[in-house]
Design a binder for this molecule. Sequence first.
Ligand code: UD1
Ligand code: UDP
Length: 382
Amino acid sequence: MKIISVVGARPNFIKIAPFVRAVKQADTTIEHILVHTGQHYDDAMSQVFFSKLNIPMPDINLGIGSGTHAEQIGATMTAFEQVLLAEKPDWVVVVGDVNATVACSQAAAYREVRVAHIEAGLRSYDRSMPEEINRVITDTISDLLLTPDVGSSETLAREGHNAQTICFVGNIMIDTLNEQLDAARALDVTTIVNEALVEGQVLPADDTFADSSYAVATLHRPANVDDPLALREITEWLTETIAGDLPMIWPLHPRTQRALETAGLLGKLLANPRIILTKPVGYREMLRLNLGAALMITDSGGLQEECCVLGTPFLVVRPNTERPITLVEHGGLGVLAGTTRTSLDEAYTKVRAVEPKPHIPPLWDGQAATRCVEAIVGFKTT
Ligand code: UD1
Ligand code: UDP
């Protein structure tokens, strides 16, 4: 059996690492090819994950780079089709909901190559998010839908997917989390921060970050960062409310750093001694920051899940989430906070009552990748 796995953006690397390992360990003669579309390309957004998570270097890098959604998806489909023609795989495995996911699954479907989607069935029902469009399209054309939770399997069944194509395997991101946890615990937060400071950021010599004494923020959704008014409102709230209570570490996605500069907000943040801006940090480093955080403020999907498992209360800076299982209403630790000052303030009051205690949903057990490989190998058409 020949499998091509596809990665393109940061969260993909974290999800594919255990899958590649599980393929290698499987008792079969699987030939595996790893394709990187090149959607993310900075060392801190890509290479660092390959080297630190022991992912083999991609066999093929399509070098697509940045662009509009149509540009990225179109260029990826065109380039990936050539890979399909040359390699003739039995399966294409895609993860998550990024442009690399939807582009390669579609190219495979047109060429009648089977597609397995890891992290199938998530829905925010918000089509203003490109990821929601990507999820719906990818699930629609996939042959095998590997879901992280029972709710996602039910969603797919409600949408009319054949029960035989849906397989609840658990959350593959947590395989990586479990694997990296001990190594992350051994790291020192102040060292992590010191080594990743953005240009112009100074860390006062006496600044140290004891566990439970700081907040961490990450933001990268276009709705939050590309609109200068929205970015200003969220940034002012972070500065006045969060950093007023807790020192705040903010690893910046390149999109966000650029947006803060363009909106004229970066200088003010750099001058605030309660806010420490860093470049994107490595996976283990982010895990360590998360372990010690009293609060996470984020619009990241993956971080919502990691906070839940680690026991870090978190605010989701979005009006909705495709990961309701992580919210307090479902036993998780997250509060949906919206993006206005009023809704953020309300959510902050609510999250302060959340007990910082791990919540581990069924099959978020570190074995999801093995179940993914078993489902692919054992797949039978009816
Ligand atoms: C993408 C995904 C998003 C995911 C995120 C993970 C889509 C539609 N979006 O969003 O779901 O949560 O990745 O981080 O696929 N850039 C760099 N260097 C890089 C990569 C990006 O400078 O290595 C900058 C470029 O200016 C680029 C911008 O970031 O235009 C956005 O990158 P892109 O991959 O288009 O979207 P993300 O916001 O990263
Ligand atoms: N992450 C990281 N360094 C950072 C920010 C995030 O390693 O500076 C990790 C995070 O712990 C999680 C993943 O990246 O495992 C989430 O990716 P991201 O937030 O970029 O995308 P999303 O999950 O929202 O699609």
